[in-house]
Design a protein around this ligand. Structure first.
Ligand code: ZN
Length: 144
């Protein structure tokens, strides 16, 4: 049984009770235009099941969704004659997730489109890196 949340806007879009500019649909997912686009061709891909984020989605669902994303991203890029794209998902409020239903953004990119992804890079300290290898490595052993 596919999990649903009756208060979730993306579940309502997946069920067809809220209209969308649909681009693709199959038994697992829906792909449609974001009505608050960052760039032309801004596309959303959602599983029809209600899963909060990548952190809360069964691996087999993620695998199936991700098998379809390359075709959808290529079409979004080609459909607006873009040169490149971002494919990204936010996992949690602190990471910028605004709707509590897993969704991938496909953001076609154009030379000079003016969109800036805020990604201020730091420099990884070797001591901190060693600690992270231990702590994340230990977490991996206990993570399904
Ligand atoms: Zn939902």
């Amino acid at each position: 049984m596919i999990p649903k949340d009756e208060n979730c806007i993306l579940c309502k879009i997946a069920a067809g009770t809220i209209p969308c500019y649909k681009l693709y649909e199959d038994d697992l997912l829906l792909c449609f235009l974001d009505v608050f686009p960052i760039v032309s061709g801004h596309t959303l891909v959602i599983p029809k099941g209600h899963y909060r984020s990548v952190l809360h989605t069964p691996a087999e669902v993620l695998a199936a969704v991700n098998l379809r994303i390359p075709k959808l991203a290529r079409a979004a890029v080609a459909g607006v004659q873009a040169e490149a794209c971002h494919v990204l998902t936010n996992c949690g409020v602190e990471a910028g997730q605004s709707v509590d239903h897993l969704h991938y953004h496909i953001l076609p990119r154009f030379e000079g489109d003016g969109y800036k992804l805020n990604w201020p890079s730091g420099k990884l300290d070797p001591t901190h890196a060693a600690r992270l290898q231990v702590s994340i490595g230990q977490a991996l052993k206990g993570t399904p």
